[in-house]
Design a protein around this ligand. Sequence first.
Ligand SMILES: *Cc1c(COP(=O)(O)O)cnc(C)c1O
Length: 393
Amino acid sequence: MKNRPDVEAQRICPAVESLPIDPASSMAPPIYPASVYRCKDVDEARDLLTGAKAGYIYRRNGHPNADHLSHKCRQLHGAEEAVVCSSGMSALSLALLALVEANDHLVVSNQLYGQSFDLFSRETARLGIEHTTVDTCDLTATAAAFRPNSKLVIVETLTNPLLRVSDIAALADVAHQHDALLLVDNTFASPALCRPLDWGADLVVESLTKIMNGHSDVMLGLLAGRTAVWSRVEPTLSAWGFCASPFECWLAARGLGTMALRVERASDNAAAAAKFLADRDEVAEVHYPGLTSHADHHLATRQLAGRFGSIVSFTLAGGLAAAERFLSATAIPFSPSLGDLCTTLSHPASTSHLRLAAERRAALGITDGTIRLSVGIEPADWIQTEVEKGLRG
Ligand SMILES: *Cc1c(COP(=O)(O)O)cnc(C)c1O
């Protein structure tokens, strides 16, 4: 027997008139996978699409899980505005496309994340956006890199892999003296350790893929900033299609719940690992801003919230052969990302900095014997044992 057509039609359209529970009473937030929402009438459709009315109509323009996550991130950063995007790189691309145009110039740290370099040298350069790379730890050199058309300065709070610290307040002053804005990629610090907007930055980018989510199961980015620089951000996000998936936003919102605890524990473990490494003969150099021997220790003490982050880099005296022995002797996985619950390690010369010429790597202090640890939340003793196994080869 055939179903009645109206019953059949109801089954095909799965929209629910009323849910059996009030979603607000659920202890876990709902996930809204809808790509499109229903409009009451033409007025409502027009008002939603023009932004005259707050609400949802098409996922690329915004959805509840993105708003839930960006609201939490906005609070964490003390930001006036925040949006989430499909990756850290899309958040950075969004900032560029919203704020600069052809014939504008960027002043860019010479120690940025590798893919950010690629973005400036291969992608935005094709759009006529020029850039100069400079050691942004040198404020005099940074000031000299400005041109009349400089619009944006881009630095990272803590650099990869040597953990140099950007003096955000001083860089914001230099940028503003030249009528430019300061954008800080805060991925290595996270808002648990640093809120760049509090130090005078205009915009902050986070790769939520890393320690903010913390479980290696999400790829998302955050752009946050001041209302005064925000007018083009949301239309650009929608037009270029940088939107984030509802499920990933839901996962990242869950990860954020433990972020402060994870960053605390991982930073304490990293400080212990750095100290242990500094005392070992196999190790030529340790880079950790919590060590008094680090070039930026005082700045880090002032600018980070009492801890120094979960990333430690070190250079093995035995070079590439020692690095290869380290990788095969330890149970710490060689996984070229960072910010997981568990300790992972990377070899910058063959991963994040592979595309740099060997001389450029050497100038940045990265050798074939450099290893970067992303320290996790395991018991500190376990980490020390596994590092020791690596050192013994
Ligand atoms: C990973 C990373 C990015 C890019 O983020 P994705 O989420 O991988 O796109 C940008 N900056 C830094 C410092 C990073 O570590």
